[in-house]
Design a protein around this ligand. Sequence first.
Ligand SMILES: *Cc1c(COP(=O)(O)O)cnc(C)c1O
Length: 521
Amino acid sequence: MSINQSGWRPEMAGGEAAPVKTFTGNKGLMLEEALIFEIGDSGRTGVDLLEAPKVASRLGGLERAATIGLPGLSEPEAVRHYTRLSRQNYAIDLGLFPLGSCTMKHNPRLNERMARLPGFADIHPLQPVDSVQGALALIHLVGEWLVKLTGMAAVAMSPKAGAHGELCGLLAIRSALEARGDARKVILVPESAHGTNPATAAFCGYAVENISATAAGRVDLEALKARLGPDVAAVMITNPNTCGLFEPDMKAISDAVHAAGALVYCDGANFNAIVGRVRPGDLGVDAMHINLHKTFSTPHGGGGPGSGPVVFSESLAPYAPLPFVEKQGDHYALVEEETAGEHHAGSFGRMVAFHGQMGMFVRAAAYMLSHGADGLKQVSEDAVLNANYILRSLESVLDAPFAASGPCMHEALFSDDNLPEGFSTLDIAKGLIDEGFHPMTVYFPLVIHGAMLVEPTETESKAALDQFIGALRSVGERAKAGDPALKSAPHLAPRRRLDETLAARKPILVWKEPAAAQAAE
Ligand SMILES: *Cc1c(COP(=O)(O)O)cnc(C)c1O
């Protein structure tokens, strides 16, 4: 496909064709928006409050002397401000979200409807358990599905995200090791692991050591075996891994780890690629978190809190956190510190104040029940099929490092290897913004130079995939043709290339009056 056939025209790049300079700064329907502090002022308000009665202050001279400094806006000004900002954003409800390792799939509206049922939405965690039996039954039901789907023995529903689940799993592992008087200090993490894995291990006070990857992007089993020893507490393995590949040696890894007296933590964030087809319990996993906001379609990325239940093997179950829901005859009980019996005396304690993200449990239950067991199997099959469609459609344009070794799982991985001198992954990502897509995950996983990781998920149609493939192909071909306009993309977004490093390292989080800001410089 030549550049012109792809629909891209030089004038789209801006610069060449004279841009229309507008009075407002708006570009047609792409509306400019100033900071809320710049459009508001302290003398305006959207509400009409009664004059406060004069009361004698009892603050002993600690009353605030200066104004709070909130921007004052009328109601329509406030509504328009946030609506304009929302139009500068990208969302799963606008288009395909190709982020790899993050699983941004459609959030079914049925889930939302169920989560708003008053019996779920309007209850309080401190209500007597007899008055919330339905809610406890639902938590129990989701837990049962997770235990069954993973082939594990027990589940902790309370962790509130994947990374929180990792913490939960490692705390249980540490408790189990301490219970046998074996304070091991090292956690092994393969190169292909998600970044949260080493961060969690370090947070728990463990020394983290890397295990290298093979040329095929998998854990190097021999390197792992060579490092195992009496100081190793656990290995943390992401499976399928962040190269979008299944670890075929998983059972051999688990056996070797167990033989060395250590435990196996599996990062199950990519469970959506294998749900209904593989049970991690059969592979010797001791603890694994599941991101309900990935595999089970609950919203995330600004749309809702995450939820990261953790499943445990038989041997680790006694160390799982409290509380949990237990079915006792027809009654659902909440097992807490006071009511935990002998069997749970080893529990490491609580992860959260209450019981987890109730609203997300309802959404996940709606997703599970509407799909059924056969539907969930189809979910993973379609997710893998879609990713392979992308991989095979684009491997002739972008370098696909592991494509020769066979199909991928739920995400397709590309590198910057065959881009011409002067062009990088960043240019491809920015070019995609002009095409109306959120960029894919870039420069991760770290094992691949200039990585581009694309996860389409099962919820995209073939038409949507074809449009995305066409866009990415076009951008890739522009890079290969040396199109200089790509170096300064995006041209059709409210902002161009921002200094992302500066924004991350020196974020400006407090607005100052322009005069004050100038004086501070
Ligand atoms: C998303 C993800 C995590 C972290 O999960 P959060 O819910 O974002 O904390 C961990 N590992 C992998 C492989 C992931 O994709």
